[in-house]
Design a protein around this ligand. Structure first.
Ligand code: ATP
Length: 236
């Protein structure tokens, strides 16, 4: 059964419609990718799921409960954490302080010490660098820190928006490898990416969004052989 089920979601800005009847699901324990070019509507979809942008129609159900009318802090409590594009870290704060910001939503603050220890176990490099300032870290390390901040709420599912954006291919591979490791530990993931090739290598299933609609979907690796994907996204 799907853990996250989105049905016929539409959304836009003013009278410009961006998403049209988008349906997508993420089964428990899987990595599902949402791929597409700049401006396809991927971030709008994440924001619409996460209560940051009101959909004009459609439903979002997470673990059997409607969440499309819930505010973000309630959605965190349901077990979804969202890493927005660019990570939005506090550059002049330390690794530990940035992680603690992930415990800021109501109800999580009192457990922050336990949550910090759990995150340091999952991503030991953060534990080794707890006092380092975020701005002195490499791009890949900053993404790791942003992932760690998401994990502070002990989520069942994470939305990662453009984790590999701006990273050299080797670093992107490392960051996506961390996603795979977290998934092996039980985390379900919705991965939004423009980096089609590397993402399809780690995703169990993928959706390709074009101009606000799902144009194509299939098992991750099988899409690497799809003629449209090859031409439009892999330059083959
Ligand atoms: P990117 O990877 O560049 O973020 P995306 O696939 O996530 O691309 P969106 O950011 O969802 O795409 O944008 C989809 C469309 O909606 C684009 O045409 C964009 O210009 C428009 N759009 C996004 N945010 C707003 C906004 N706040 N107001 C008006 N239009 C917006």
């Amino acid at each position: 059964m799907a853990m996250l089920e989105i049905e016929n979601l539409s959304a836009g800005y003013g009278n410009v419609q961006v998403l049209r009847d988008v349906s997508l699901s993420v089964d428990e324990g899987r990595i599902v990718a949402l791929l597409g070019a700049n401006g396809a509507g991927k971030t709008t979809l994440l924001n619409a799921i996460y209560g940051l942008h009101k959909p004009s129609s459609g439903t979002v159900v997470f673990r059997g409960r409607r969440i499309d009318d819930m505010p973000g802090d309630k959605i965190i409590e349901q077990g979804i954490a969202y890493l927005p594009e660019g990570g939005r870290l506090f550059p002049d704060m330390s690794v530990k302080e940035n992680l603690e910001m992930g415990a800021y939503p109501r109800g999580l603050w009192r457990d922050r010490k336990r949550d910090l220890e759990r995150v340091y176990k999952l991503l030991p490099r953060l534990g080794e660098r707890k006092k380092q300032l975020a701005r002195t870290m490499s791009g890949g390390e900053r993404q790791m820190l942003a992932m760690g901040r998401c994990l502070m709420s002990d989520p069942k599912m994470c939305f990662f928006d453009e984790l590999s954006y701006g990273l050299a291919p080797k670093m992107a591979q490392e960051v996506l490898g961390m996603v795979k490791e977290l998934n092996a530990g039980g985390l379900s993931v919705l991965l939004v990416e423009q980096n089609v090739r590397q993402t399809l290598e780690v995703a169990d299933y993928a959706y390709v969004m074009e101009n606000g609609v799902i144009a194509l979907e299939g098992e991750g690796r099988s899409l690497l052989d799809n003629e449209h994907v090859k031409k439009a996204y892999l330059g083959l």
